[in-house]
Every structure is written in C-alpha cells, then in structure tokens.
Ligand binder design. Structure first.
Ligand code: PMP
Length: 399
C-alpha cells in the first residue's frame, strides 16, 4: 500500500546495507574504525556546563528558551563572520545563515538547486551524507574531475542528454570524508574556472577545515573566488561550515557563508523547514567558541595528529603488498585501496566474524557504485592501543 502513495523521491532514499552491518558494532569486543565521530572524551564539557547554566540563568533565560531569528543568533553570526575573515573571506553577518549542522545546509542546497533530472557534480568517492541529502531531489551525478583536461562542454552535454542541466559541483575540500585528501590550490582554482565556464554553484564543504595537523593551509575556495572577484556577493561559492568536529556534534550547529542572494533564499527555506536552529544551543556555542575555541581546537589537533600517526605507522607495519592508503594532513579518515579482487563489503563481513574489526566499505561513497575494493578507516575515536591491535588484525586478515 505505502509504495503506491509515497513520493517518487523516496525511491532514492534507501537504507544502506552497511548501516545494517554496522548495527553489530554495539558489541563490546569489536574494534571499530567505522565511525566518523569525534572522541567524546575531548568534548569541552565543563565549558558547555557553564555556558548552559548562564543561558538558563535569570539574565538570559527568556531569550534562550524563546523562538529566535531564522538567520541565527546575531552574536554567533558575527563571531563566525570574524573567523571567515581570518580565512580570507571578508563578509558580514548578512552572509551567514546558521543551520542545524552543515548537513542541513547540504539538504537546503539540494532543494535550492536541483530539479529532478538535473546534474550534480561530485567526486568519486564523495561524502555519503551529501549523496543522501541530494538524492531526495532526484538528481543525476557526474564525476567531478579537477586534475584532468575534461572540457566543460562535456559536463554540460551529458547533463542535457540526461534531461537536465548541471547545477552545482560539490566538494569536501579539506581532509575529505572519506579519503582524507585535500584539494590543493591549483585544484581549487580549476574548480572556480569550471564554475565560471558552466555558470553553476560551487558547494564547498569545509566540515573538517579546522582539523589540520601538518602541511600548509590552503585558502578556502570562497576566499580564492573573492580574490578574483572582489566581493562575496559576486561569488558562486557557497561555504558550509560546522561546529560538529570542533565543539560538539550533538548541538547541531553549522553555518552557510555565501552571497546574500543565496542566503536570503536559504533563510526562506529555514523558515519553512524548522523556523530556526535551537536558540539555546546557538547561545551556548557562541559563549564557548568565544572563550575557548582556539585553545580547544589546538588540543584536538594534537590528539588526533598522534592517532593519525599511530594508524599510518601501524598500516606500514602490517599491510601486505598491494594495499595502498592516503596520508591525510588532517581530519579523521584514512582511505585504503585494496587489490582489485578484494571487495570491501565482503571483507567487512569476514573481518567482523573472524577478527572483530569494523570499517566502512567504500562502494557506498561512489555515486556510480564503483570503488568495491576500497575501505574507510577512522582514527579520531580509537586510542593508540586500539589502533595498533585493530590494524594488526586487519593486516592478518588481508594476508
Ligand atoms: N560534511 C562532511 C564532509 C561530513 O563528514 C559531515 C559529518 N559526518 C557533515 C558534512 C555533516 O556534519 P554536521 O551536520 O554534523 O555539521
């Protein structure tokens, strides 16, 4: 009965088989590299206790518990605008919309740009949650290639042949989920050229931007575009930021930074969807960010850097020939490419059964269903001992 009355978009919104497998992870003897989450032991819990206590105190409680502006809490938007300026993005609070996590920003951008049959350009692989958000708007996907000479006309022709037009390119730019790789400056400039050639939006997913452990920071795509065009309101890049990887994912606070014509449409969407993000969460994030952000993030960086190095060392010591992996300069993930004949999903089933080690098989991150011989490992959650033991077991299984 239901299938005949659900909207057509639901056909694309399916639970992945991986999620089913990963449900097994609650068992205590399993070593998990599957999550993509911060270590809860590192949450700034005391700072949040104080911030929420103040938000619920006599001075702030009426405001904290009340409805508030769809654009977001103005002092938080100001603080974010200041951070964006430090990244080379001159802007004001009018260029900032607070969203319920950057995931909501991705959903809104899918809604803003995609009619059924339009094309979204994404990398192979790409962030699974972005594909999930965009799928509801029934797009086609084409592969975003930045370091080849694929002519822009080729993207446009394929989109027309598929019955739509190219609307945007989406890229997880720093220490991407799932590969850990960063788009270098030349790649970002190439993305801007493609955006101008095709007259499309560019969605810059900067969820991991603050988590750089070594190497030189690369300016945001939005900063490079402002350097070309002089003014954020002339830019096609839409920057999605998040406090999930730095302060606390459970509070669901992220932001979009973009030209005002885009922000004003997104504000309409925000009004129609949930009116505004939780007022008290925005107030608490504002207090905590203003008091400890830089120190806290420095602390996160040193812990995660150590864990990344442990995992890279353990991989060198334990992986058999034929297995390759990325060496991310930040973020939370290392991406493994296995010999062609090994399927990541089959390997996961065996690994859970024989070695009690979990990871995410890579196929789900590929809009075209390729990438069977890839897997994603997370290093932000497990400690050193767990990393060493887990990679040893995974190496044994692969040998
Ligand atoms: N983008 C990327 C690349 C992510 O990895 C995530 C979280 N896994 C998000 C966006 C969404 O994060 P949030 O909604 O918590 O900001």
């Amino acid at each position: 009965m239901w299938d005949q009355i659900f909207a057509t978009r639901m056909a694309r919104m399916t639970a992945s088989e991986i999620r089913e497998l990963l449900k097994l992870l609650d068992q205590p003897d399993i070593i998990s590299f599957a999550g993509g989450i911060p270590d809860p032991k590192l949450f700034p819990a005391k700072a949040f206790q104080d911030a929420f206590a103040a938000a619920l105190g006599p001075v702030m409680q009426a405001e904290s518990l009340q409805y508030s502006a769809s654009e977001g809490y103005p002092p938080l938007r100001d603080w974010i605008a200041g951070q964006m300026q430090e990244l080379g993005v001159p802007c004001t609070r009018d260029n900032i919309l607070i969203t319920s996590g950057s995931q909501q920003g991705l959903d809104y951008l899918g809604k803003l740009f995609l009619s059924p049959g339009d094309t979204a350009l994404v990398s192979w692989p790409t962030y699974l949650g972005a594909l999930g958000a965009f799928n509801a708007y029934e797009p086609n996907y084409d592969r975003l290639c930045l370091h080849t000479n694929r002519p822009p006309a080729d993207y446009a022709q394929r989109a027309t042949a598929a019955g739509g037009q190219v609307k945007f390119a989406y890229a997880s730019v720093d220490f991407a989920n799932p590969t850990g790789e960063t788009i270098d400056r030349a790649g970002r400039e190439a993305l801007l050229d493609l955006g101008d050639d095709l007259n499309i939006a560019l969605i810059e997913d900067a969820a991991y931007q603050s988590l750089r452990y070594d190497g030189e920071p690369v300016p945001p795509v939005l900063a490079l575009e402002i350097a070309r065009k002089g003014d954020i309101d002339a830019c096609r890049t839409i920057y999605c930021g998040s406090f999930s990887k730095t302060l606390a994912p459970g509070l669901r606070v992220g932001w979009v930074c973009a030209a005002q014509p885009v922000i004003s449409r997104l504000v309409l969407m925000k009004q129609a969807s949930d009116l505004h993000s939780a007022t008290i969460n925005q107030i608490a994030i504002n207090t905590v960010a203003r008091s400890i952000f830089a120190d806290h993030v420095a602390n996160l960086r040193s812990t995660y850097k150590y864990r990344r190095d442990c995992m890279l060392n353990a991989l060198s010591q334990n992986m058999p020939a034929g297995v390759e992996w990325t060496r991310p300069e930040g973020g939370m993930f290392i991406w493994l490419t296995l010999p062609d004949h090994i399927d990541g999903a089959t390997l996961l089933a065996k690994s859970l059964e024989r070695q009690r080690v979990a990871f995410v098989p890579g196929r789900a991150f590929h809009a075209d269903g390729s990438g069977g011989n890839t897997i994603r490992l997370n290093f932000s959650l497990p400690d050193e001992t767990t990393i060493n033991e887990g990679i040893k077991r995974l190496g044994a299984l692969l040998r």
